[in-house]
Write a protein that binds this ligand. Structure first.
Ligand SMILES: Cc1cc2nc3c(=O)[nH]c(=O)nc-3n(C[C@H](O)[C@H](O)[C@H](O)COP(=O)(O)OP(=O)(O)OC[C@H]3O[C@@H](n4cnc5c(N)ncnc54)[C@H](O)[C@@H]3O)c2cc1C
Length: 482
């Protein structure tokens, strides 16, 4: 009798270094069913927005191509995971289901139920580690607790041995003949809007695109990463985040490849820049660590004092922030880039998040949801970590009194104003000296640049100094409750 295994693809859309796929290949099954289920709401909240869905569409198309090249095909289905798995097990006669673990609370909950159901039905259910280099439960403080601060977390893990990535299979057993698959278009991931073309044109989703992106980064940018990563007008970072989110490349692969690059370029610059880049991969691991150990954090501040923080309910200001119409150029440029492209530089993410939660005093959850809806790399662990960090209420949070001044952020990290001018064409003729604070520019400068505040570009919706003082006063009301 022929033996069949299902490899349940989730956010591990790759062939190489995919332990679930590797286990099925090693099991010498006669048939391997590479199955992706569009579960719609597996994270316990709505799926991320259109940019992320377009990416998923393209990444699935790329995976389907790769599988075809290996003599197999991708089976696509929609619906509740357990129901779909049951249908596919019945239709294929599978006796094993293998998958790679994810760390979002709702997914863990669901996967646990599926594992016990499969065990009851005597199907061999096994899960593996692919999304992280260091699983959250393997890292503990001396007292046996999870970490809440990044530096000691990273000190413990950064020198740990990381398993060498698994090589890709060269051939795969086919799924049983006649097994039904939805078409990719039936999943409805592509919006009718031509905006989706921006993602197709600007990115190359899929495993090959992820490796190209990493190689381009190592060949061109990595040697100056420490300084260039802070310049939003330059392409100074890897732009690997959406590839990592969908598992087109895994952290083990990145760590090994960067370490090899460091050895080949054996000088202190390569070491320092490579180590800095790996520590960013470490932040992603830290986000998963915090989310796993504090599953309430997608909704609730980790610092419990913030339950009583006097957030403001200001829909008008929130809308101005979302649309990039706050009158603060660094904030507006970041928000407009996000809306136009689905991506935002890390420096801007920190700046706009600080502005929303501190100057506008709007609860971080509103910003987190907007990022979730608009980012191409929307990722629960990293997004919640970033938002709570910026709001001063999360793990390793910036102290609340550290309020980013968006004018100084601009002067320091966008000194020529090129980034701001790219996204706010209304300000393109402003001299660099005044582009980050047009409201403080002499009238003649504004006239020469063709800027009429309140008409061609908004006046600031808050005074930065006053709102900063009000935020600090609001913090005083909860400060002592820790
Ligand atoms: C408010 C806020 C929200 C954020 N939301 C997300 C999100 O939804 N998805 C997401 O992937 N990142 C998020 N980040 C983290 C960070 O901004 C992005 O990972 C980074 O900008 C992606 O660009 P890159 O791939 O060029 O980064 P690089 O600088 O090249 O870094 C390499 C990789 O390290 C990881 N990384 C880098 N910085 C961080 C960080 N601070 N936290 C966690 N991982 C990091 C990413 O996977 C990234 O691809 C957020 C940060 C903030 C402040």
């Amino acid at each position: 009798m022929s033996r069949t295994a299902i490899v349940w693809y989730r956010r591990d859309l790759r062939i190489a270094d995919n332990p679930a796929l590797d286990a099925a290949v090693r099991g010498a099954y006669d048939h391997i069913v590479a199955l992706f289920i569009d579960t719609l709401d597996e994270l316990g909240r709505e799926a991320p927005g259109a940019a992320s869905q377009v990416w998923l569409h393209d990444a699935l198309a790329a995976l389907a191509n790769e599988l075809t090249g290996l003599g197999s095909r991708l089976i696509l289905r929609r619906g509740a995971a357990q129901q779909v798995l049951n249908d596919v097990i019945q239709a294929s006669g599978a006796t094993a289901v293998y998958w790679n673990r994810l760390y979002e609370p709702a997914v863990i909950e669901r996967d646990k139920k599926i594992k016990s159901w499969l065990a009851e039905t005597e199907v061999d259910a096994r899960s593996f580690c692919a999304d992280v280099a260091f699983e959250p439960w393997t890292i503990k403080t001396g007292q046996g607790n999870p970490y809440k601060v990044f530096t000691p977390f990273w000190r413990v893990v950064r020198n740990r041995f990381v398993d060498a990535p698994l090589t890709a299979p060269t051939r795969l057993a086919k799924p049983p003949a006649g097994l039904h698959s939805e078409s990719l278009s039936a999943l409805g991931l592509l919006p009718a809007h031509p905006w989706a073309n921006k993602i197709h044109n600007a990115w190359h989703p899929g495993e090959a695109g992820a490796h190209e992106r990493l190689e381009r980064f190592l060949n061109r940018t990595a040697k100056d990463y420490k300084t260039m990563r802070e310049r939003p007008a330059q392409n100074g970072t890897s732009l690997l985040s959406p590839h990592l989110h969908f598992g087109e490349i895994g952290p083990r692969q990145i760590i090994h490849r960067v370490q090899a690059w460091q050895q080949r370029n054996d000088h202190s610059d390569a070491r320092a820049n490579g180590d800095m880049f790996l520590s960013e991969i470490g932040w992603r691991e830290f986000g998963r660590h915090v989310l796993y150990h504090h599953p309430q954090t997608p909704h609730t501040s980790l610092d419990v004092r913030f339950a009583d923080f006097p957030w403001l309910d200001d829909e008008w200001a929130l809308d101005a922030w979302r649309r990039g119409r706050t009158g603060i150029p660094m904030v507006d440029a970041g928000m407009r880039e996000l809306w136009a492209t689905g991506i935002m530089h890390n420096r801007l993410r920190m700046t706009v998040a600080s502005f929303l939660t501190k100057n506008l005093r709007i609860a971080w959850q509103h910003g987190e949801r907007w990022f979730w809806d608009t980012l191409v790399d929307a990722d629960l662990g990293s997004n919640v970590l970033g938002w709570q960090w910026a709001a001063g209420c999360g793990a390793d949070a910036a102290p609340f009194f550290r309020i980013f001044n968006p004018v100084r952020q601009g002067q320091r990290f966008d000194p020529d104003g090129n980034y701001v001018k790219r996204w706010i064409p209304e300000l393109c003729n402003m001299p660099a000296k005044h582009v980050h604070s047009p409201w403080a520019a002499p009238q003649l400068v504004l006239e020469t640049a063709g800027v009429v505040l309140g008409w061609s570009y908004p006046k600031p919706i808050v005074d930065l100094k006053t709102s900063r003082q009000e935020a600090l006063a609001a913090f005083e009301t909860i400060k002592s409750g820790r």
